[in-house]
Design a protein around this ligand. Structure first.
Ligand code: ADP
Length: 289
């Protein structure tokens, strides 16, 4: 294996903006979107990827938030991206889960990644087309928030077959998440559903429920826009702790049963979505025969 340091790998990304589409594509690819940052999109992406891998699938997670990568921290991973036969080698979380993030290209998490548009687009193309993912059942892509250049480039390169939308319940986040839904519709990526995160808080001492960011807005949006609603996840300090300590809830359910149940519901919704898709595909193939 050819081992390069992060500077060499970054240089390689800079000089190879146009890459050839590799033959190996994941069976299913999911983009995880949010209108705004800080709503828990990366937390949900990381937990979904771990959970799918624990269900026996071969999974890749692409941290496409190129300038603010958080997946390595959330999964407790460090490492370098190696280059083998001109392909990037993702870092392994387990036998079943591989991770690619610009977080593995910098010497420390405090190191700023300052990339212009063209550089980012080149990196995205290379991450998707020139990475040794191996045969993947699922590629989960944690998109940067919003509907700008990176989400568009990823959709064009990857042609994902499902989008998961994460929002928090307050109006300022909902307006942006409705834009994500509009974006997914315009680029013809079917929507798996909406997750309403940080929805209410139960005081651990007195049990009082407080809707800090309000509650129910994601579900209302889902109804209005005719999109499946998946689950409300409350504000829960164990979710934050698990992210900070790099021990995903979907792997350590006993520490946070409520959050772990929500994580399971998201995984089940994703699996149902793809089952239904496969059924339609098989039926269409039978009709064509
Ligand atoms: P985004 O990807 O949308 O920017 P992150 O997934 O990085 O958001 O989450 C931002 C912060 O919020 C992290 O510290 C994460 O642990 C925390 N967090 C996410 N969801 C919850 C929740 N339901 N309760 C408490 N903390 C949460």
């Amino acid at each position: 294996m050819e081992t390069r340091n992060h500077v060499e790998t970054i240089k390689q990304l800079q000089v190879r903006p146009d890459v050839v589409r590799s033959a190996t594509r994941p069976t299913h690819s999911i983009i995880v979107m949010s209108g705004k940052g800080g709503v828990g999109k990366s937390t949900i992406s990381a937990n979904l990827a771990v959970s799918l891998s624990l269900n026996g699938y071969n999974v890749g997670i692409l941290d496409a938030d190129l300038t603010s990568p958080s997946v390595p921290r959330l999964l407790g991973l460090t490492g370098n991206i190696e280059v083998e036969e001109n392909q990037l080698v993702p870092v392994s979380y387990s036998d079943k889960l591989k991770v690619l993030s610009t977080g593995f290209l910098v010497p420390s998490p405090d190191h700023a990644i300052i990339w212009r548009g063209g550089m980012k687009m080149g990196a995205i193309r290379q991450f998707i087309n020139e990475t040794k993912w191996g045969a993947l059942d699922f590629l989960v892509v944690d998109l940067p928030p919003g509907t700008g250049d990176e989400p568009l480039s990823i959709v064009q390169e990857l042609q994902p077959d499902g989008a998961l939308i994460v929002t928090t319940p307050q109006e300022v986040a909902l307006v942006s998440s409705r834009k994500s839904i509009d974006f997914a519709r315009k680029v013809e990526v079917p929507i798996i559903g909406i997750v309403e995160n940080m929805s209410g808080y139960t005081c651990p001492t007195c049990g009082t429920q407080v809707a800090i960011f309000k509650s129910g807005g994601g579900e209302r949006s889902a109804k209005e826009l005719d999109v499946p609603f998946i689950v409300r996840i409350p504000l829960d300090s164990t979710i934050c702790e698990s992210g900070d300590s790099g021990k995903p809830i979907s792997e350590n359910g006993a520490t946070a049963p409520c959050a772990s149940e929500s994580s399971n519901l998201i995984t089940q919704s994703v699996l149902r979505f793809y089952d239904a898709k496969e059924k339609v595909k098989t039926e269409n193939e039978e009709v064509m025969r």
